[in-house]
Design a protein around this ligand. Structure first.
Ligand code: DC
Length: 246
């Protein structure tokens, strides 16, 4: 988890992972669950809402593997960018989906140009289809998984046991992104960051295929007024409540 100047954990991104160091907790969770249990937790929400931080914390808490599905779109965008390919060309973008290997901690995956390209190429239906099976296979693994993205609860894992839709006001998200950028030594203008967040929201919610939207059975978690520890505690509480009710 990233730390910013005020030493409070910031909402920030990190790769998909299997947290082997926490295998003890996972084993306990596995013992507590019935053998047929398959706990899939879908976490969706807009950019900088805190969904990635929350998803990772849920994965640790419940002893589950986690996938940040945004990284797949970012990896395609980065590959295309490095090739000098045209993000306006769907066919070229689709070629970049082949043999998609990437280093999750490559800092360029989270750079601004790659973020913009990822947001625009994620509207291509063929690109979404090419990345679908990888995400669904991850969600289907025995024991379950936590996935975060934009369409997990609606398209990738519509039968997920628990769905969270994590959001926050655009202004709060812009402030978080500013802190993240500053912590990485990349100062930016608040108005530009807010403008970028708003246009990404529009692109992610306005596309024809798998737009960002709250699934009907998803629980809304607004983190605008919460710090990271409060947001995580609330997410855990909501998931436990949903499991207990099932
Ligand atoms: O979550 P993120 O900001 O890292 O995602 C990068 C882009 O990928 C985002 O603009 C939208 C797209 N994306 C998507 O369309 N569907 C997903 N499940 C995850 C991300």
């Amino acid at each position: 988890m990233t730390f910013v100047a005020d030493q409070r954990p910031a909402f920030g991104g990190a790769p998909c992972h299997r947290d082997m160091a926490l295998s003890k907790r996972r084993n306990k969770m596995a013992r507590d669950r019935a053998p047929t249990d398959n706990l899939v937790i879908a976490v969706d929400g807009p950019a900088a809402s805190g969904k990635g931080t929350i998803a990772r914390a849920l994965a640790r808490h419940f002893g589950l593997p986690h996938m940040d599905t945004g990284l797949l779109y970012r990896a395609v965008a980065l590959k295309l960018w490095r090739w000098g390919g045209d993000p306006g060309n769907e066919f070229e973008t689709l070629r970049a989906c082949n043999d998609l290997g990437f280093a999750p901690d490559d800092p360029e995956l989270r750079s601004e140009p790659v973020s913009k390209i990822a947001s625009s190429i994620s509207a291509y239906p063929t690109v979404r289809a090419a990345l679908l099976e990888r995400q669904q296979a991850f969600a289907r693994q025995p024991g379950g998984a936590v996935l975060d993205g934009r369409d997990i609860g609606t398209v990738i894992a519509p039968d997920a046991a628990v769905k969270l839709f994590v959001t926050a006001s655009a202004e709060v998200r812009a402030q978080r992104r500013m802190r993240e950028l500053m912590a990485r030594g990349m100062p930016a203008h608040y108005d530009d960051v807010l403008g970028d967040i708003r246009s990404r929201d529009e692109r992610d919610s306005g596309r024809a295929v798998a737009p960002l939207r709250q699934a009907e059975d998803a629980i809304l978690l607004d983190t605008s007024e919460l710090d990271v520890d409060q947001a995580i505690a609330e997410a855990i509480r909501l998931v436990e409540e949903r499991i207990a009710a099932a």
